[in-house]
Every structure is written in structure tokens, then in C-alpha cells.
Design a binder for this molecule. Structure first.
Ligand code: ZN
Length: 314
């Protein structure tokens, strides 16, 4: 059994933080799906012909035979539920559109779950404002009245296919800290206190704290408060912009060894002209943390490090 040398009993350890990965990109839908999406704005459902198959949404190639689309056809915005499942976010159905040969998955809306069954007839529900995406077709709802369908689109005169569609993939998750990072980040957040742990064998002071020494692999054994003062080990001027930056380039990034620790911390050095950083923030320069007014429980609560004049660092 691993014994965790817990921090002081009155310290509330931060367990996790909310985190997010966000990836904006553009999707090139291809001709068939591009036409399908473009026609949704006109509240028309377009399928593609592949021999005897009609696929809705339109596809460039059949998923079963690989046959390329030989043409496009407007289909009625009505269909039949072939299967469905209900979860926390609503009901999803597998819907076979009239005139198509392969069903597809979409939301079922305005559904009374007890009245829904395989074979329920449904009709398209359109978004109030088209945005150029699949949800311009908001979903399907039970057929309210006799829907008469008259194709309006001449397949030879379809809207120009979308060449690209803007997408953002977003992943929300919780980043679990565990007892070591949790203790460090709680101290930073609530008391502006930086703590590392000492290896039981080689006595290196590790920051961020961890269960085992990464040099001799012995368990760590003792929490130690670390002053927010240290020495630059290396520095660099960042000129390139990238997502997630807190400062606009150019700014100075540095590896900093806080006094007493055996590990390096990467942070920014503020209040230094990047053009003279090579000498002003050279290895050996003394720096001190400047706390921000943020209390997020991370090392970003340190706004930046500032240079400490040699004579003031006695
Ligand atoms: Zn060690």
C-alpha cells in the first residue's frame, strides 16, 4: 500500500479543475454533402442516386457499393422511425426518409416518449435561422397533418455546393490533480503559498510536488515551503503568436529555479524590454514572482516574474 504523506489536515486539497480543448477548423464537405447542406437553407432535403440506392443526406459515394453519385434528387421531408433511444440529451432516432434506401440518425423532437414507436411517421423540423450546418434541419417530429410534397428543386439547378464549413470541436473535461498538485494549487490559490516535496533519499526538493523522486525513484517524504524567488537558468524571447497566450509577443520566457528547489519552472519575465533580455534576463539573473489578482489555483496565479536588482536581493 502506498502511503500518502498528507498535507496539514486543515488544508482543503483542490481535486480537479474544469478544462477545455477547443479546435476550430474548416471542413471540406465535398460536392454531395456540400449541396445537401446548401439546400437545407431552402428547406429542401437532397439525396444522391447510386444505381438503385438513394442516400439522404446526399453522399459522393455509396457506403455499401462504393458507387459514385450519378445524380441528385429532392426527397420528401417525411420519413419513418426505424429505431430510437432516449437519453439525458433527448431522443435520437434512426429515420428512413421516404424515397431513400438507407436510414440516418437525427434528433426526434416534440416527442411524447410513450407514444413513440418503431414505425412512427415523422416530418422535418427546420431551424428558424439557417446557419449552414446540419442543424439547419433541427430534427424530426411526429407528422402533424397530411403533408403534401411537391418537389421544387430541379436537380439540374441545385444550389452551389458549400466548399467549406467552419467547425469547432470542443471537448470539456475535468483535470484531476491528485494529492500532490492539488496541495500545491490549493496553497497557491488560498494563501499564495508555494510548496514542494523533498525526496527521502537524495533530498532533492521537487516542484511541482510528486509521489516519487524522478532521479532516484525514492518516495518523497516532506513538504517544504518555497519562497517565490529564484534564479534564471535560461531565457528566450517569444516572437510567435499562438492560441492560449496571455501576453502579446514579444515577451520573455524563462526557466527559473526557485531557491532551494532542484527543478525548473517555466514562466514569463515581465517588465523587461525584449531587446535587452539577452543580457538583462541572462542565466544567473535573480527574479521574484509577481502575483496576479487571479485566484485560479494554478501557477498562472503568478502573473509573471520580475527582475530583482542584485543589491536588493540580500
Ligand atoms: Zn531522490
Amino acid at each position: 500500500m502506498t502511503q500518502i504523506h498528507a498535507p496539514e489536515a486543515n488544508v482543503q486539497t483542490m481535486d480537479w479543475m474544469a478544462a477545455q480543448i477547443k479546435m476550430p477548423y474548416t471542413l471540406t464537405p465535398g460536392q454531395a454533402t456540400g449541396i445537401f447542406l446548401a439546400e437545407l437553407a431552402g428547406r429542401r432535403l437532397i439525396g444522391s442516386r447510386h444505381g438503385d440506392e438513394v442516400l439522404v443526406p446526399a453522399q459522393d459515394f455509396s457506403g455499401t457499393t462504393g458507387e459514385p453519385a450519378s445524380g441528385f434528387v429532392e426527397v420528401a421531408p417525411v420519413g419513418t422511425v426505424q429505431a430510437f433511444t432516449t437519453g439525458a440529451h433527448g431522443t435520437l432516432g434512426i429515420i428512413l426518409i421516404d424515397g431513400s434506401t438507407v436510414p440516418f440518425v437525427h434528433q426526434l423532437l416534440r416527442i411524447e416518449p410513450e407514444s413513440l414507436e418503431v414505425g412512427t411517421r415523422v416530418e422535418a423540423v427546420w431551424a428558424d435561422e439557417p446557419t449552414g450546418g446540419m442543424l439547419d434541419l433541427a430534427g424530426f417530429a411526429p407528422l402533424g397533418s397530411a403533408t403534401t410534397f411537391e418537389p421544387k428543386a430541379d436537380p439540374a439547378d441545385l444550389a452551389a455546393a458549400f466548399q467549406k464549413v467552419d467547425y469547432t470541436m470542443t471537448l470539456d473535461y475535468q483535470h484531476a490533480y491528485g494529492p500532490y498538485y492539488g496541495t500545491l494549487f490549493d496553497g497557491v490559490k488560498s494563501g499564495r503559498r508555494i510548496r514542494g516535496v523533498k525526496c527521502s533519499n537524495c533530498r532533492r526538493l521537487l516542484l511541482p510536488p510528486r509521489a516519487q523522486c524522478d532521479v532516484c525513484l525514492a518516495p518523497t517524504a516532506e513538504w517544504v515551503d518555497v519562497e517565490p524567488v529564484g534564479t534564471v537558468q535560461a531565457s528566450s524571447v517569444v516572437h510567435i503568436e499562438f492560441i492560449g497566450q496571455r501576453l502579446s509577443p514579444p515577451y520573455v520566457y524563462a526557466e527559473i529555479v526557485l531557491d532551494g528547489t532542484s527543478t525548473r519552472l517555466i514562466h514569463m519575465i515581465g517588465d523587461v524590454d525584449p531587446t535587452v533580455a539577452q543580457s538583462a534576463a541572462a542565466p544567473g539573473a535573480r527574479v521574484r514572482a509577481v502575483w496576479s489578482d487571479r485566484h485560479t489555483g494554478s501557477l498562472a496565479d503568478i502573473d509573471h516574474f520580475e527582475l530583482v536588482p542584485a543589491e536588493a536581493d540580500a
